[in-house]
Ligand binder design. Sequence first.
Ligand SMILES: CCCCNC(=S)N1C[C@H](O)[C@@H](O)[C@@H](O)[C@H]1CO
Length: 658
Amino acid sequence: MADRRNSILVTFFCFISFIYICECQNDSFTIDYNGNTFILDGKPFRAISGSMHYSRTHPYYWKDRLMKMVAAGLNTVQTYVPWNIHEPTQGKYDFTGLANLELFLQTAQDVGLKVLMRSGPYICGEWEYGGLPAWLLTINPNMVVRTMDPDYIKAVDGWYDVLLPILKKYLHINGGPILMVQIENEYGSYFACDYDYLRFLYQKARTGLGEKAIIYTTDGDGDAYVKCGTVEGCYVTIDFGPTSNPASNFQVQRHFEPKGPLVNSEFYTGWLDHWGNPHAHTAIDTVCNSLDKILALGASVNMYMFEGGTNFGYWNGANAPPYQPVPTSYDYDSPLNETGDITDKYIAIRQTISKYQKLPEMPIPPNTPKGNYGDTDMNFVATVQDALSVLSPNQPVSSTYPLTMEQIKFYYGFILYRTKLPTDITTPTPLITGGVRDRGYVTIDQVPQGIFIRDDTTQVNITGKQGQYLDILVENTGRIGFATLMNYNTKGIIANVTLNGKILTDWTIYPISLENINGTTIFQHNIKSTGPKKNKGLQTPSIFIGKIPIPASSDEPKDTFLDPTNWTKGQALVNGFNLGRYWPVMGPQVTLYVPKPVLKEPSKLNYLVVLELENTTCTSSSVCKISFTDIPVINKIPPGFHSNIRNIPEGYPYHKRV
Ligand SMILES: CCCCNC(=S)N1C[C@H](O)[C@@H](O)[C@@H](O)[C@H]1CO
C-alpha cells in the first residue's frame, strides 16, 4: 500500500516539476554564453530578422508587409522608435496612425514575428533629426544632444518614462513579442563618447524594463566604434554590409563579446538615397553571397532594410557635410520595395534563407494592385501670400530680426518671412544671407527674384520699390540626423539678411500649414488671388488643387503614384494626408507613393493639393495637369550623372563616415 502511495507521490512530483520547468522556459529569452546562442523558451534561437519602420508604412499595410517577411523565412522584425513622431511637442504624446506603436507590436505578434526594439532616443535612420524632437532646440540652441547635457537628459528622462512601460508590457518575457531592446544607435560613431550618457540610458532602461530584459547596443564593425558605443550591462552587436568575409567582421564583436551569439544588427540589403544622387543599388548576388556566409556561421542577422517604405510629410532626414536631404521614398533597394511589393531580391534572399530555415508553408502574399488614373486637372487656387488667411490663420509673429522656426515653436515644412523694402531698388542689388535653412524663395510683391540655397546660394539680386513686400518663403528640407553637424539643426532664417550691405529689420513671420487647405477649404474662404507671377524662370510659390479621377468600380481605389513630371519642386497632399516632397527635376525620385487607404471610395471626392515652389506650365488662367500612374519612378539619373555611374559601388564601404 505504502509503495503504491509513494509511486503516486513520485509521479505527481515529476508531473509538477515538468510543468514548472515548462513554465519557467515559456516566456524566457536569454543568452547562452557557452553555446554562443540565444535561448528562446528553452530552445536555441537564431534571429533571422528584417528592418521595417512602422512610421514609414501606412498602418493599413503593416500586416501585409509583416506577412511577406514571414513568408520569406524571417522569424523577427526590427524597428525604430522615432521619439519625434511620438512627442511632437514637449509633454504631448501621439501613439495614433503612423505612430501606433502598440498596434504594430500586436500585429507582429499576431503574424508570429518576434521584435528587436530599437528604443532610441536617437535612431539615425535617415529620419528627421535622427528621431530627436525639434523642440529640444527651443530649450537650448547650444544643446549638445546625445550627451549628459542636462536639458537633453531631462527631456530623455521624461520620454523614457512614457516609452519604457509600453515596451516592458510587450517584452517576450511578459508574453509579448519583444526579444530585446537597443539603446541609442551606433553611439560609437558620434564624437562625444560620453559614457555617463550611456550609463544613464542603460540604468533607465534596466529600471524600466526589469532585470531579465536583454538590453543591447549596435555599432559599426570597428573596435573604435564599439569602444565608445557600449557600456557594462549591454550586449554588444555590430553592423556591416555585404562583405566577402563576414567571419572577420564578426571578430570585432568577439573583441567585446568573446562568448555569446554573433549578431549583425544591420546587414545592408541596399542603401540610402540623397536628392540629386542616383538611386542606390546593391546587386542581388552581393547581398545573397554575404548573407549565406553569415547564416552559415550560425549568426543572428537583421537585414536593413527589408522594407524601407516612405518618409511621408516632412519626416525625411539629411546628412552633412555637405547638407544633403534624403528623398520622400525610402525604398532602399530593399527586398520589399517602397510599396511593399516582392522583388527579385526578395525571392533570392528567401531562397538563401531556405538553406538554413524551413520556409513556412504559406503562399507569398500577392503584390497590391496599382491604379492608373491618368491626368488630374489642377486648378490654380492662390499664391502662398494670397492664401495666408488659410495657410497661417493665427496672428503672425513680429520681430526686429528674423527668428528661427524653433524660436516661434513651429518645427517642420514651410515658414514665410516678410518685410518691406526700405527704399526704391532700381538696379539689381544684392540681398545676402548665409542663414537660410534650407531653401528660401525670394519674391518682391510676389514677383520671383531667386532662391537662397543652404551651403550654396547666399546672394539673390533684387529690384523693387520702397514699401513693396520682400517675402522669403523658407523650406525646412529636413534636419541632419547623423554625426557632429546634428548640433547645427535650427531651421528657418538663422542669420540676418542684408540689402546692399544694410541689415533688414521689422520682420513678420508666418508659419505655413498646408494641411489647412483641403477640398472644401478653398470654397469656404473664397480666396482671391491674382495668379502666379513669372520671372527669371520662376513663378510665385502657389497652391493648386484637383479632383483625382478614380473610376467608379468595386475594386477601387488602389495604391497609385503621383507623377509630377512637368512640375518642379513642392509638396503634395491627398485628402489632407501629406504624401511628402516631390522634386522630379532633381531626382532620383520622380513619383510619389499614394497608399490606397488615403483615398476614398470613388463615390466620394478625392482631392490633390499641391504647393509648387518653383515653376509649372500653369498660369492662373490655364489648367495644368498632373497624373496618377501605376508605375513608380524612383531611379531617374539626376543632372550631372551619367547612366553608367552609380553612387554606391557594390560592397560600398558604408562606414565612410562623414
Ligand atoms: C551617410 C551617412 C549614413 C549614416 N548611417 C548609417 S551608416 N547607417 C547606420 C544607422 O544605424 C542606420 O540607422 C542608417 O542610418 C544606416 C544607413 O542607412
